[in-house]
Design a protein around this ligand. Sequence first.
Ligand SMILES: NC(=O)c1ccc[n+]([C@@H]2O[C@H](COP(=O)([O-])OP(=O)(O)OC[C@H]3O[C@@H](n4cnc5c(N)ncnc54)[C@H](OP(=O)(O)O)[C@@H]3O)[C@@H](O)[C@H]2O)c1
Length: 347
Amino acid sequence: MGTEGMDEASNMKVVLKHYITGSAQETDMLLTAGTMKLKAPKDSNAVVLKNLFLSCDPDMIFKMTGHKREHCDPYTLGSPLTGYGVGKVLDSANPDFAVDDLVWGITGWEEYSLISDTKYLMKIQRTDVPLSYYTGILGMPGMTAYVGFYEHCTPKKGDYVFVSGACGAVGQLLGQFAKLHGCHVVGCAGNPDTVDLLKKKFGFDDAFNYRQEPDYDATLKKYCSEGIDVYFDIVGGKMLDAVLLNLRPHGRVVMCGMISQYHLEHPDGILNLPSMVTKEAQIQGYLSVNYYHLYPKFLEIILPLIKESKVAYVEDVADGLETAPKVLVGIINGLNIGKKVVAVDHH
Ligand SMILES: NC(=O)c1ccc[n+]([C@@H]2O[C@H](COP(=O)([O-])OP(=O)(O)OC[C@H]3O[C@@H](n4cnc5c(N)ncnc54)[C@H](OP(=O)(O)O)[C@@H]3O)[C@@H](O)[C@H]2O)c1
């Protein structure tokens, strides 16, 4: 709906009802109706956004548990969830943003948001690609794959690379960077369709369905029979533990995330650390937000790769804010094919 000249609009929001214990459910969230002033208060430095796309990201599940962690405060009950998204500036009291600018960054799970802290908003300069890509391959997950691979994996041509959670936003790109670099790449994902995509669309050398494998150590010995030089870890837990037994000498483990652990009160322990000693291996974590100075360089690399179809990208865009709770919990129960995004339908 057009908002020109309007001072106020109805504003549907997705709020958290209670902190979760165990796996997140659709019913942990609630859709509520409210109203929103479409003017940024004078001298506030704030902008008013019309949200266009909202990104479903794994750290949102962690924020639903109510547990505290550095860089990750729990959600406030009754307030709209927050996360990455793409929006259009409807009003601005901030000299860095003008009306009609398109931006990506942290916003609210609602139709319109007042963003007081604009430090996590980036202006979108290139619009000859789908805008939803700025929630994924051209946004935070894309940067996470780029920084993870080029700054931390120390890849060499011919390296044996294993990626878990490989069909998500970060994993699909990481695997393709590794292929472009001349590595041998194996991935795992949670259903037959995503396993197929890894091999046929993203060019992985091999892939398996971790949900059908009772013994990860035996599975890795089968699919990564030469051992693993680089493990890009998206899931943590038992898969990480099994990988440690399958590292090659001087192997590298890059800790990107632990999606299998976020909802657990007592995360799985890691038993096989002695392998790190005998393999003289390295383990390294990182936070992509600390590398945003590399974003322009990343865009210079990734945009031509997209244009020339040298990297593929699969996203699954759901229609309407009312679908958001279901879509968000889909990222941890194997229902997603590629990057999950919600298109906000303005009533
Ligand atoms: N370090 C950083 O700066 C940084 C920044 C952004 C994201 N991250 C982390 O990066 C990881 C990937 O993020 P993303 O944006 O790619 O997320 P995504 O698009 O939601 O993909 C995550 C993938 O993990 C798989 N998965 C879900 N639950 C799992 C489980 N219990 N065991 C194994 N696999 C499971 C999912 O599908 P299937 O189960 O169907 O395979 C999905 O494909 C997350 O751990 C996230 O927290 C880190």
